[in-house]
Design a protein around this ligand. Structure first.
Ligand code: GCU
Length: 614
């Protein structure tokens, strides 16, 4: 690729995000706000030919000139008996929200396309002056949102929250909320068409109305200065009219903090104060402070842990001390119930299993998980790697693809920036190196550091033979120069030779940075036993773990790893009858919650690592 073209690509990637994605700035900390849940039974219509959106000439009803009025499935009650209407939401089937559609109806198990959702509800504001926002925790993949027959917006990206103000649209009676949800995989999407996970579609997480005062606290960041662990830094952003020169109060009683700050012309108040007696958050001491922010008529509480996370040479420092990350990868799936995980109970199931392994770290692969995970990890003392689904062969030279990735990154950072457990933002997973790809990832890293300079940046990088020698592996990925933590997936003994090959490989990492191994593993069907060289037996998986742990323990810069993966998970790429049957079997736990032999190999290693620390 010549320099000029890559330079153009670089410039293209800087175009303003606003031209591509249409929704409003996020409200954060919805868990502690006054909400009205819209979860429960919704009506739905399966629309594979999208004829609720396009006429037979494939012209969208939903035009700019005629937004919302056009989409056909908009609950248009026939004006008269002779009017032709070929759908009826009220007589249609119902589906649960939150929840993917694939695991709710056998006929929708493989469905990829459009489904229309409808929810009817009444709503009485507690105070006529108040404002109301419609908040979606996630919808996979593209959502077109209509309220009372009017289009209110679009969101692209299946794993991050979005909201729209609906104050002027809501009625006391007979509101009807309609969504067109389309989970079709697209080449220029994020992720693209090829993934090793199930493409669960639908309103996969909760939907709620959030009522706020006229002027309210929309966003804030309150974190420890990573360069000075006595200083708490951040900001509070008001939303509304006349939000300039407004007093905002921050109260952290246990630190004896009752600070009053005045907002600037944009309703923004900067936070910066010293506290000498902070009880630092860590896995061994997951201490969270209850803080209250108040301004005008708004008051909101949150539970925030204070800690620093930095790197120094080849070490990862938590509160200034080198830490070893005893991790595990997790997909967002409750395999026992089936489908996308989305509740606090699901988070407890997955993170309790991680704790049983004696983990102090989880890699939430390969996309932002629901907010319960980071909030529960805060409480349980588990550090977290969060990732956006820039996965495999993304359209690196497509501006809309970049803006979509950047928007998803912005939304997950906005949502979780106050979570002490979150220590790493991952830009990508196993992406083939090229100049456009490295420009794309470098811009994402720049954006992440701008939004949140307090956390570490990583990605599952590419590795290769060192100077052509297959017995020595190295990281020759140009993005290694950009990240704070070097991470890579390696499958020696599964995709590359047999487990004994681990004894023939050494690693030569030339960059002076900490190293994490972000994946290794082998498939095993729970209950299938045999000798350690019979693929798919628990013994093979156990042997691979034993040999891999020996190999990686010799990597001097290694500061932790996250084996692939905690639990078997559904994947359309895994076909072997009687063994896979549509499941990726690299879990240490089966899809029925049964622990395989390798689970105990890893647990023993982590128990020893944890004991060394003490
Ligand atoms: C890859 C990829 C995972 C995938 C795994 C596997 O490294 O990152 O998403 O599931 O390997 O092949 O099982």
């Amino acid at each position: 690729m010549n320099k000029i073209k890559s330079g153009i690509i670089f410039l293209m990637l800087l175009l303003p995000l606003s031209r591509i994605i249409s929704q409003e700035s996020l409200l954060i900390n919805v868990y502690n706000r006054s909400v009205y849940s819209l979860d429960g039974e919704w009506k739905f219509i399966v629309d594979p030919y999208e004829n609720g959106y396009y006429n037979y000439r494939l012209e969208a009803f939903d035009t700019k000139e005629n937004p919302g009025k056009g989409a056909y499935f908009l609950n248009a009650k026939p004006e008269n008996k002779s009017e032709l209407v070929e759908y009826d939401f009220d007589k249609s089937e119902t589906i649960k929200v939150p929840g993917d559609w694939n695991s709710q109806y056998e006929k929708l198990f493989y469905y990829e396309g459009t489904i229309w959702y409808k929810k009817s509800f009444d709503y009485n504001k507690s105070n006529n002056e108040n404002r109301v926002f419609l908040y979606f925790e996630a919808v996979n993949y593209k959502a077109e949102v209509y309220l009372n027959g009017k289009k209110i917006g679009t969101h692209i990206g299946g794993f991050t929250p979005f909201n729209f103000e609906v104050t002027s649209l809501l009625k006391e009676k007979d509101n009807f909320l309609i969504l067109k949800v389309d989970n079709k995989r697209i080449k220029d999407g994020v992720p693209t068409v090829n993934t090793d996970w199930w493409n669960y579609g639908g309103i996969t997480r909760s939907v709620k109305l959030i009522e706020t005062s006229q002027n309210f606290i929309r966003d804030y960041r309150i974190q420890l200065n990573s360069k000075n662990n006595k200083e708490i830094l951040g900001y509070i952003q008001l939303d509304g009219q006349n939000i300039n020169e407004k007093k905002v109060k921050l109260s952290i009683p246990e630190l004896g903090i009752e600070n009053e700050i005045v907002t600037d012309n944009n309703g923004l108040a900067q936070i910066k104060f010293i506290s000498k007696k902070i009880n630092y958050w860590s896995p061994g001491n997951p201490y969270l402070y209850t803080l209250t922010l108040s301004s005008d008529k708004d008051k909101i509480t949150d539970q925030i842990g204070f800690r620093t996370i930095t790197t120094q040479g080849q070490n990862i420092l938590l509160n200034g001390e080198s830490v070893y990350l005893r991790g595990i990868c997790i997909h967002e799936e409750n395999p026992i119930r089936g489908g996308r995980a989305n509740s606090l109970e699901d988070a407890k199931l997955l993170l309790t299993w991680a704790k049983e392994l004696n983990c102090n770290f989880v890699r939430l692969a390969h996309y932002p998980h629901n907010e319960h995970m980071a909030r529960l990890a805060d409480k349980m003392g588990i550090m977290v790697w969060e990732e956006i689904p820039v996965y495999w062969t993304i359209s690196w030279e497509n501006q809309e693809t970049y803006n979509n990735a950047e928007n998803q990154l912005t939304e997950v950072i906005s949502r979780d920036k106050n979570r002490a457990s979150v220590i790493i933002w991952s830009m990508a997973n196993e992406t083939p190196t090229s100049e456009p790809r490295t420009a794309f990832l470098t811009n994402l890293a720049k954006k992440a550091r701008k939004l949140d300079p307090s956390r570490l940046i990583s990605a599952a990088l590419e590795q290769n033979n060192f100077e052509g020698n297959p017995a020595i592996q190295t990281l020759d990925d140009p993005f290694a120069e950009v990240v704070d933590v070097l991470s890579f997936n390696q499958y020696i003994g599964w995709y590359n030779g047999l487990p004994a090959k681990c004894g023939e490989i050494t690693w030569k990492i030339t960059q002076d940075k900490p190293v994490l191994i972000s994946e290794f593993g082998a498939g095993a069907k729970y209950g299938f036993h045999g000798d350690s060289l019979t693929r798919w037996t628990e013994e093979y998986q156990e042997y691979l773990y034993t040999e891999t742990l020996k190999m990686i323990n010799n990597i001097s810069q290694l500061r932790g790893f996250t084996p692939w993966i905690l639990v078997d998970f559904r994947s359309p790429r895994r076909h072997l009858p009687g063994i896979q049957d549509g499941w990726n079997r690299k879990g240490l736990i089966s899809d029925k919650g049964e622990k395989k032999k390798a689970f105990f190999i890893l647990k023993e290693f982590y128990d020893k690592k944890a004991a060394q620390k003490k």
